[in-house]
Design a protein around this ligand. Structure first.
Ligand code: FES
Length: 351
């Protein structure tokens, strides 16, 4: 198996670190290399914001140059994790990559929109500047183009759900892919439109839901009469995806979905969360256990932060939690995904 390519030469980094190790004990080589360049760390994956484009509708396009050790290979449709210090604590979120993986530049492009309670997105929209260092989690995610690409595709997106699909559409253009592609994108208001140029290239149908109503299977059947012959890629709110999955199943169609945002509305009342011996905090019924830990400096492993990869799974030792994705309630003694579970009363987690 070949090693995953990284943005810097791993051999060169190992040699530098080997020399430093002989001279830097008891401190770690990272402690010194990071003084010279904040991107030279292997304990943490880091990147530097290379360019920032701000738009009046609270949208931000960022291009990030990954530092040493960051795997730069990704598939169109995948996301990366971004961590930024806010109030002395790291706050993490995942963002879809919007550039194509086929260039040799090794850069990551993401697009961020302001959202209600969006701690990191709102912070970055206000403060991101070229030169700023951020922490990174490697590209990941199962929502990506297959190889070979299906002959007939239907992309259905809503709001920010366009972002992973933009990378796919750009990649298909770059590869001169001959697939027959239909794109149906919905936005709440006309001014919400982003990536209008990419959508125009594909002659996409853009539906403004505040004027025309939302996109339902019946609407898709009218817009795309040969829908049943297509492989569907869909990204948007959970209600839309649930509906599309049922619809696709009923017609024997292949569908791939990305549950892009977490629906935080639930009856869970929150409570006191105890993280083993590492700390305790109060959290409401919309703050995930992973986020609550990060807010008090208890860092736990994570990947997607969307309930997919299971990297964040921890044992619930006491109390009950509510899973925002599945709606299930989990009992003490079960292993839970901390990125999508919230406290339903006082709980303890084994960290
Ligand atoms: S971080 Fe991937 S499931 Fe929680």
């Amino acid at each position: 198996m070949s090693a995953s390519p990284t943005s810097e030469s791993p051999d060169a980094l190992s040699r530098v670190r080997g020399v430093l190790r002989r001279f830097t004990t008891p401190l770690l080589p990272d402690d010194y290399t990071m003084l010279v360049n904040p991107l030279w760390s292997r304990r943490e994956l880091r990147g530097k914001i290379e360019s920032v484009e701000r738009y009046p509708d609270d949208t931000l396009h960022l291009v990030i140059r990954p530092g040493w050790g960051v795997p730069v290979e990704f598939q169109a449709g995948q996301y990366i994790g971004i961590g930024v210090q806010i109030g002395g604590r790291y706050t993490w979120r995942s963002y879809s990559l919007t550039n194509t993986p086929d260039t040799r530049e090794g850069l990551f492009a993401i697009t961020i929109r302001a959202v209600e309670r969006g701690r990191l997105s709102n912070h970055l929209i206000g403060t991101a500047e070229p030169g700023m260092t951020v922490r990174l989690a490697a590209p990941a995610g199962d929502f990506h183009l297959t190889d070979p690409v299906p002959e007939k595709l239907l992309f259905v997106t809503a709001g920010s759900g366009i972002t992973p699909v933009v990378s796919m559409l750009r990649t298909l253009v770059d590869r001169r892919q001959e697939s027959d592609i239909e794109v149906v994108h919905s936005i709440r208001h006309r001014e919400d439109l982003i990536f209008g140029d990419v959508l125009e290239d594909y002659d996409a149908t853009v539906r403004v839901t505040s004027e025309d109503g939302r996109v339902t299977p019946a609407v898709l059947e009218e817009l795309v009469p040969d829908f049943a012959e297509r492989v569907v890629y869909a990204c948007g709110p959970a209600t839309m995806l649930d509906e599309l999955e049922t619809w696709a199943e009923g017609h024997g169609m292949e569908i791939r979905t990305e549950r892009f945002t977490l629906d935080r509305a639930s009856d869970a009342k929150g409570g006191t969360i105890t993280f083993g011996t590492r700390g305790q905090t109060e959290a409401d019924g919309a703050t995930t256990i992973l986020e609550a830990g990060e807010n008090i400096g208890v860092q736990m492993p994570f990947g997607c932060r969307m309930g997919i990869c299971q990297t964040c799974v921890r044992q619930l030792t006491d109390g009950h939690v509510h899973d925002l994705r599945s709606g299930e309630t989990h009992e003490p003694g079960t292993r839970i995904r901390t990125c999508v579970c919230v406290a339903a009363g006082d709980i303890s987690i084994d960290v």
